[in-house]
Design a protein around this ligand. Structure first.
Ligand SMILES: Cc1cc2nc3c(=O)[nH]c(=O)nc-3n(C[C@H](O)[C@H](O)[C@H](O)COP(=O)(O)O)c2cc1C
Length: 233
């Protein structure tokens, strides 16, 4: 019974949040729980943080991927039942707690995860495959041939579902708050990558059209950042 209810909740969550997912490649991977203890202080991570653009051809573990996604948008506190606060509060602040970002991960080499594009679901800390196959070369081409995109074992893709923040905040939500939210989340990823002795780089230079097509994003989502993740050379 418990299993059935969990499956039902999962299906409801996924079909509500992932309209682009086609039934034939539905594949949910529940990620390992994030660790709340590390070996580097926040101050050390801030001091060391740099944009890293050269990556080793070395696979990541599912634990590392889990930690990176959790730092980006993981749920850290349950809502208190207030109608305006449905779901959960997260590692990054968000105007009105609306969380308008969608986070995908382009997997090339992650132990236990087939190459493909996956969508992150913070509700149950899972990823779901939306496209199978290694898309890093095409993504690198769409990013004006930035090599780090094809060399990193995994690449985060942020897109914004503008409607989520513009519904409440109008133009201000769409023109300002979404990007402020993005900055908070992306900085978390920078610091978490440093703390894991990995590296990342914010990438904003790419063809929106080409990426949207390659990743088959829904019409109301625009790609806004990519962040390759890997061991630095
Ligand atoms: C909005 C934004 C877009 C960026 N886009 C790119 C990019 O497309 N390619 C790249 O190599 N670096 C990109 N960067 C990284 C910056 O070049 C980098 O942050 C800057 O040189 C300062 O270096 P640091 O991050 O190591 O301190 C971007 C950074 C920001 C904030």
């Amino acid at each position: 019974m418990k299993l059935f209810i969990t499956a039902l909740i999962l299906m409801m969550g996924v079909s509500h949040e992932s309209p682009a997912v086609s039934p034939e490649n539905d594949k949910v991977i529940i990620l390992p729980a994030p660790s709340l203890k590390g070996t580097m202080s926040v101050e050390e991570a801030l001091q060391q943080r740099r944009s890293r653009r050269q990556f080793q051809d070395r696979e990541l573990s599912m634990e590392q991927l889990s930690q990176i996604l959790w730092s980006a948008y993981g749920i850290t506190a349950k809502r208190d039942g207030t109608p305006a606060l449905k779901g959960g509060l997260r590692t990054a602040p968000s105007a009105g707690a609306l969380y308008p970002l969608e986070i995908y991960v382009l997997v090339g080499k992650v132990k236990g995860v087939e190459p493909g594009l996956y969508k992150y679901n913070s509700k149950d800390h899972s990823i779901i495959c939306t496209i199978s196959g290694d898309l890093r070369n095409e993504a690198s081409t769409a990013a004006y041939n930035q090599k780090m995109i094809k060399e990193a074992p995994a690449v985060l893709l942020y897109s914004d579902a503008y409607d989520k923040s513009s519904k409440k905040y109008g133009a201000r939500g769409k023109e300002r708050y979404v990007f402020m939210d993005l900055g908070h989340s992306a900085e978390n990823v920078y610091l978490q990558a440093e703390a894991l002795h990995l590296g990342t780089c914010a990438v904003g230079a790419f063809s929106d059209e080409a990426l949207k097509k390659l990743f088959q994003l829904p019409a109301d989502e625009e790609p806004i950042y990519m962040m390759p993740i890997g061991y630095c050379k």
